[in-house]
Design a protein around this ligand. Structure first.
Ligand code: G
Ligand code: G
Ligand code: MN
Ligand code: NA
Length: 256
């Protein structure tokens, strides 16, 4: 497959890079960034991770791709610390096959050590499906990561089928309300009901909750009213290259 071999080369030829999207508090101030991989292929132009991440999972390149993103992200976060932002956290998406097959904790530990980054400056985003597949294994992996001091967020929350009983057993810190619900939360229908349910579930389990994909002031107003105080979305900032971060951090736009 042409795309397949192009991706193989991409990893070696520096065609991958990482962009960073701010996560902000109720005052619009950034407390962290999500690292998102991008691929500008010489052959195929810019290819979305929606296409190449599943491909990388199938062809065994996901380990290399994630290792690349982790390294970039951890070196960035170490640079933020050195520049006087000791608390900024970087979040990296972990895909299912990596979580299942590889020694994730050892990989994470080696990258943290290489970057000189304290574990509390790193967050890993996993999905509900990864928790509910092989529960015993997920518990073991997450306990190991948590013992290191890394933060764990459940991405796209509400789209899967989490057993609430299990959710409580996992060492999770954060739930991210999926964008599909946030988009509808100001329309008074199902999106609002699910967003409200996720926010109250998070609060009752003593978890933090981040609304993702916030695009409009009307959505932000509803989220505020529901007690959600952490946000990510185009209303605040789009993902940006590392080179733009310094200027952003010096002057983040404060949402009204
Ligand atoms: O950034 P964008 O909206 O194009 O991302 C699309 C999808 O790709 C999202 O689901 C996002 O989580 C996923 N994605 C982006 N970067 C990474 C990455 O580094 N690793 C994994 N596993 N998924 C990623
Ligand atoms: O699956 P995951 O939650 O990791 O996907 C995150 C992706 O969502 C990012 O790649 C980013 O490009 C995208 N995203 C972030 N904020 C917004 C937003 O406000 N609107 C839309 N349409 N996409 C967003
Ligand atoms: Mn994510
Ligand atoms: Na998501």
């Amino acid at each position: 497959l042409a795309l397949d071999s192009a991706l193989r080369r991409a990893v070696e030829q520096d065609e991958l890079y990482v962009v960073y999207q701010p996560k902000v508090d109720a005052n619009g101030r950034p407390f962290g960034f999500e690292a998102l991989v991008r691929w500008d292929s010489a052959e195929f132009g810019s290819v979305s991770p929606v296409r190449f991440i599943p491909l990388a999972e199938e062809n065994g390149l996901i380990g290399q791709v994630t290792w690349f993103v982790l390294r970039e992200a951890c070196h960035q976060a170490a640079a933020w610390r050195a520049a006087g932002n000791p608390k900024l956290r970087v979040a990296v998406n972990i895909s299912p096959s990596l979580f299942r097959e590889k020694d994730l904790a050892a990989l994470v530990m080696s990258v943290l050590e290489e970057a000189g980054l304290p574990p509390e400056n790193l967050e890993l985003e996993i999905t509900e499906g990864m928790l509910m597949g092989d529960v015993q294994r997920a518990l073991a992996v997450l306990d190991e990561l948590k013992a290191m001091g890394v933060y764990i967020a459940v991405d796209d929350f509400g789209t899967g089928y989490s057993s609430l009983a299990y959710l409580k057993r996992f060492p999770i810190d954060i739930l991210k309300v999926d964008r599909s619900f946030v988009i509808e939360c100001d329309c008074g229908n199902e999106g609002l009901a699910i967003t409200r349910a996720v926010v109250s579930l998070a609060h009752s389990l003593n978890l933090r909750v981040v609304a993702e994909g916030v695009e409009k002031q009307t959505q932000l107003a509803v989220l505020n009213a529901l007690g959600c105080q952490e946000f990510q979305g185009y209303l605040f900032a789009k993902p940006m290259p590392a080179a733009a971060l310094e200027a952003y951090l010096a002057n983040p736009t404060i949402a009204g």
